[in-house]
Design a protein around this ligand. Structure first.
Ligand code: BEZ
Ligand code: FE
Length: 287
C-alpha cells in the first residue's frame, strides 16, 4: 500500500486504477463494488480478524459448491439478493403473477411431456394435484399458443431428484406446451414445505440469525414463448403460514394458488400472463 496517500483519498486512488476498463457497464459494476465495499469497511470499522473470518467463510462456501450445488447462490438467496434482483428487473401490475428467483435446483433440458401427463413417477410418495390454466398476453388478454412451461418441484422428503438417488432421473420435472387455446394441463405432487440445505456455511448463518431454513410449499415454473419476456415464478399454497417467512424472501401474494381438495386429490386452476419482450432463458445452476 502507498502509505503517502491519505485515507480520504485512498478509495479514489483504487477507483482510478480500474478506470481503463473498456466496457462502460463492467467499469460501472466494478467501480460501484469498490466504492460500496470500501464504505462498508469504513462504516463497520472492519477488524482484521473479521476479514479473516470472511475470506475463510468464502473458502468454506467453495468447498460446498460443485456441479449440482452452488453455496454462493444459496447465500445470495437467503440474504434477499436474488429476489431483489427479480423485483428490480421485472416490475409488473400487482394483479399479475410475480417473478421469483430461479433457485439452485433448476435443471436444463428436461423432457417435454404430453398435455395431462404427470411429472411424478408412479412410486413417488405424496398426494397429486391436477394443475390447469392458460397463458395469455398481459396487454390484450389473447391466449398464447405453443408457450412452454418448464416445471420442477421437490419430493415430499424435501429433496429434488438431483439430491436424491432414490428418485428416477428427471422425476418431478417436465416441460409442457400450451395448445391452440393457450391452455395447459399436468399432474404434479401436492407441494410440501422443505428446508434449504443447511449443512454448509449458509446453514451456519441461518442458525446464528435464529432464522428457520424452510421454504413454503411451492412448485417452480418458467414460462416462455417467442417474442415474450420469460416469466420465472413459483406457485405457493393459499393458507400456508410459511409464505410470510420464506427463508429466501420470495413468496408473496402475487404467487398464491388456490389448491382445492377433492377427496384424495387436489386441483388448481392457475393462469400466467406474459409481456411482449425478449425470450431469454435463465442459466441453469444444474446443467
Ligand atoms: C428452491 O426453491 O428450489 C430454492 C430456492 C432458493 C434456495 C434454495 C432452494
Ligand atoms: Fe424449490
Amino acid at each position: 500500500m502507498n502509505t503517502s496517500i491519505p485515507i480520504e483519498k485512498f478509495t479514489e486512488n483504487v477507483l482510478d486504477a480500474y478506470a481503463a476498463i473498456d466496457s462502460p457497464r463492467i467499469k460501472e459494476l466494478i467501480q460501484a463494488l469498490i466504492k460500496h465495499f470500501h464504505s462498508y469497511i469504513k462504516e463497520t470499522n472492519l477488524l482484521e480478524s473479521e476479514w479473516e473470518f470472511s475470506w475463510n467463510f468464502f473458502a468454506e462456501m467453495a468447498k460446498f459448491t460443485h456441479h449440482d450445488r452452488n453455496e454462493f447462490l444459496l447465500l445470495a438467496d437467503v440474504l434477499g439478493v436474488s429476489q431483489l434482483i427479480e423485483m428490480i428487473n421485472h416490475q409488473r401490475p400487482t394483479n399479475s403473477v410475480g417473478f421469483a428467483l430461479v433457485g439452485p435446483f433448476y435443471r436444463a433440458n428436461v423432457p417435454l411431456r404430453q398435455k395431462g401427463e404427470s411429472i411424478a413417477s408412479i412410486d413417488t410418495l405424496g398426494k397429486r394435484v391436477t394443475i390447469r390454466g392458460s397463458v395469455f398476453d398481459i396487454a390484450d388478454g389473447k391466449p398464447i399458443q405453443n408457450a412452454t412451461l418448464d416445471i420442477w418441484q421437490a419430493a415430499t422428503n424435501g429433496l429434488y431428484e438431483t439430491q436424491d438417488s432414490n428418485q428416477p432421473d428427471m422425476n418431478l420435472r417436465g416441460k409442457f406446451q400450451t395448445d391452440k387455446n393457450g391452455t395447459y394441463e399436468l399432474i404434479a405432487l401436492m407441494p410440501t414445505p422443505y428446508p434449504v440445505p443447511t449443512d454448509g456455511p449458509v446453514g451456519e448463518l441461518l442458525r446464528v440469525a435464529k432464522r428457520h431454513p424452510n421454504r413454503p410449499a411451492h412448485i417452480h415454473f418458467i414460462i416462455s414463448a417467442d417474442n415474450y419476456e420469460t416469466l420465472i415464478t413459483q406457485v405457493f399454497v393459499s393458507g400456508d403460514d410459511l409464505v410470510n417467512t420464506d427463508a429466501v424472501f420470495t413468496a408473496n401474494e402475487t404467487m398464491i394458488g388456490n389448491f382445492i381438495k377433492e377427496n384424495d386429490h387436489y386441483s388448481l386452476t392457475y393462469n400466467f400472463q406474459l409481456s411482449k419482450g425478449k425470450s431469454v432463458y435463465p442459466k441453469a445452476p444444474i446443467q
